[in-house]
Design a binder for this molecule. Structure first.
Ligand SMILES: [Zn+2]
Length: 260
């Protein structure tokens, strides 16, 4: 029987400033809910290798964009709870500060008018320390482009090249990938498969189960801890609210993807 049904959550900034960060105290509430409900956090690549009839309740926590506050604020809390997570990083951004516009909540990869909140990136030393502490480092491209928008000949630069670079730096396989802004098409999927990734994450809300295509795993962007708790609760197999929940969460996401 295939009973495995796992929520994968994703975050960006933790404990920083402005509208686009999740306060550390809220993140702690998520970790407490995971502990109190008896879920086991696994990395994304561990999830992909679990048997479909695995016993137990699992959850995956993932972080996009390789922001320095992931290392400074999220990792110590994860460590305190003894939890593992997956960090999807952007090695081309090692020396790049990203900026948020506090009025609109939009992100920019360069400094420009109205974008006043700085978000520095992790570098190879930070990634190495996370990896050595048992966290998974996954790849989120070299430069964070919308992959469905770039010429096919550039795909290898964004999908294969950062994999090799990170593997050299970490001395270990990099097995998972994440599409910037959830954008991909058939050519992107082919390149991700050829590069040898075991699985990849999108931004579409969905649980991971026996039907999931491993290169198109859905995730939940949920920062309200009450909804976070519900998504854990509804991970019970065949819970009647699963599909309505995922459908409802897609509406604001589609709107956001259209605007930005
Ligand atoms: Zn991203």
């Amino acid at each position: 029987m295939s009973r495995l049904k796992v929520p994968i959550f994703y975050y960006h900034s933790i404990g920083n400033q402005g509208p686009e960060t999740l306060p550390s105290r809220e993140f702690r509430l998520h970790l407490e809910l995971i502990r109190d409900r008896g879920f086991t956090p696994v990395t994304f690549s561990e999830l992909l290798t679990l048997p479909l009839d695995a016993e137990g309740d699992y959850v995956v926590l993932s972080f996009d964009d390789g922001l320095l506050d992931n290392y400074e604020n999220a990792a110590p809390m994860l460590d305190e709870f003894g939890y593992k997570a997956t960090f999807f990083v952007i090695p081309g951004f090692d020396d790049v500060v990203r900026w948020v516009n506090p009025k609109t909540g939009q992100w920019s990869d360069s400094e420009k008018s109205g974008f006043t909140l700085p978000f520095p990136s992790m570098n190879r030393q930070h990634r190495r320390q996370l990896h050595d502490a048992g966290m998974e480092i996954g790849c989120h491209t070299m430069n964070h482009p919308k992959l469905n928008d770039i010429p096919r000949e550039r795909l290898a630069n964004e999908i294969r090249q950062p994999k090799s670079l990170l593997e050299d730096q970490l001395g270990s396989d990099v097995r998972t990938f994440c599409y910037p802004k959830g954008r991909y098409n058939k050519a992107v999927l082919e390149e991700v498969a050829t590069a040898g990734y075991l699985g990849a994450c999108t931004t579409m809300p969905a649980y991971y189960d026996w039907k999931t295509q491993k290169l198109e795993c859905g995730r939940f962007l949920v920062e309200d801890h009450r909804l976070f708790g519900k998504i854990l609760e509804w991970a019970a197999p065949d819970h009647p609210w699963t599909q309505p929940l995922c459908t409802a969460l897609r509406v604001p996401l589609k709107l956001k993807n259209t605007l930005f």
